[in-house]
Design a protein around this ligand. Sequence first.
Ligand code: FES
Length: 660
Amino acid sequence: VRFGADGPIVEAARGATILDAARAAGFFIDSLCGGDGHCGKCRVVVREGNVSGGAAAPLTPEEIAQGFALACLARIEDDALIDIPERSLLREPAPHSGDLRVSRGAGFADEGAVAELDPLVRRLSLRVATPTLENNAADFDRLETAARAALPPNAAIRADLDVLRALPAALRLSDGAVSVTVAWSEGSYRILEIAPAEAVASNLAVALDVGTTTLAAHLVDLTTGATLAAALRYNGQAAYGADVIRRIIWCDSENGGLERLQGITAADVNAMIEDMCEKAGHPREEITAIAAAGNTTMIHLLLGVTPRWIRREPYTGAMRQPPPVRASGVGLAIHPAGLLYCLPSVSGFVGADITAGVMACGLDVGGAVRMLVDIGTNGEIVIGNKDWMVAASASAGPAFEGAGNRDGMRATAGAIDHVGGLAADGALRFTAIGGAPPVGFCGTAYVDLLAELLRAAVMDKAGKFNAAAGSDRLRENSDGTPEFVVVRAGESGAERDLAITRDDVANLMRAKAAIYAAIKVLLRSVGLRFDDIEEVLVAGAFGAFLDMPNAVSIGLLPDLPAARLRFAGNTSLQGAKMAALSVGHYNRARRIADKMTYFELSTDPNFMDEFAAACFFPHTHIEEFPSVRSGRGASGVLSRQDNVKCKMRNEKPRMRAHKA
Ligand code: FES
């Protein structure tokens, strides 16, 4: 099978899907529904050859006539030439969370937040006393005496058998001058390696955020605390479904599925490590630790532990606090003795990414009650202070990651990320990531679009398009579904109109309602009201580019004064980095996870009522949104036209004007 007229050729077994053949050829085709034939994201064009199946809905009859097929259903029967349209490919994500700095704004922990370096792994240069008749203590005892002086008081030290085997020769070879690598593990320092003193190398770690959609990593120097390089990459598992439930199902149903998904993550992380090491000019063997945060399913898959039971009532994972393990044991290529530290999770659906986020935002410090909202593939919410914390997960689905909507896509080149200025005359402005021709909408654009459609009365508060508004962008598509055209085919990189459909609106409304309802139920569970919350922190890549006033005006976020709503950036990555640089923070993450009380919303009798009430723009109870009711908007919040966001993407402000 050849992909593209000048592209690579791969051998595929007769009956293999085009999706599998494309993977073998190194192409990652978007397959949101995990190959169920529902999402229509995996469109390819069969130019030549014989394939069976694949010519099915959601493809339109016109597309089928043009040779389009669903790659997940189309089976190869003979030699074939396949074209993969640009919009069907998973490209590199926008580089916001790969920036060296991940947190923004005063008060957030960032590069300098770990004031005292106390890294998970240390390299100690020691001079171990030579044994004499007067001091004939065993080699390990003399080593321990020397190491204690370089470690925190009362630190226990232990060595594995392979280290003990190497110890006598290492001490005598260098006359007692040795470099000892020790790692914090389960309450004591474990010696990973003993080497001659002159072999001293840098001591590096990787902080890793394993997101369902995106992986982000920083390479940090454990001696100085400096961040040396960053990497960002789509999670290759996305080819097996957009959300954790689909991945678990795939893993469960396929022979060797768990090993496959684990291997994909390991390969992704290794590629990021290679990339960062190259940028920073260090060999990967100098990396002695990886500190990883991520949702509970992603951490299970990273470790190769089945996440099967997370999706079944009562939603329990195999573990909450995995012990440090050899990175090599899960296929991660760093120092042969290097360790992988996974931060602790709270429950099956409140993971280590949230524990790390709480730590990065300092929610567990001080008496003020604050809220962390992480809008990723799902929406997780934590409320609390130093004394207590409650958490819940709203199964919002990946709608705000651009998925599940007809022209939705991830935040990558060509994705429209902001929309504004929908005026009565139909003038419309938008920005697309990378300045590329627009090929779809990412989540932040949908938030803007909903807000603009409401403002211009093109859509009513129930999410229905209003034909009486007289917009010539409103129409019915070929299957009779009402839609609003944002970009005409002539201006679109997808060579067709880009629109938001009535079904997209309903999908987005459900997602925002789930998040808002979860916030309400959680607040009620602790007897608080929005007024009691001193600050709402919005985390995640989506949050970093979200237009807050628009998020409030559609009812995604509570209507609080601008000063009390803040972006928090990739707090999962930041928390992982804090743990890598400090044993104290690593242990603190464990205390945070133990302290958090998880609320299972699926069994809460109030949740469905709150959800139903929130299925309206902004909400059935408009009194909960005073600024929207008064028409003044959430005053003073950063607006999308600010140069701030453009600067964050290292791009010039570039709203383009489009006339109907
Ligand atoms: S339709 Fe093919 S992956 Fe969803």
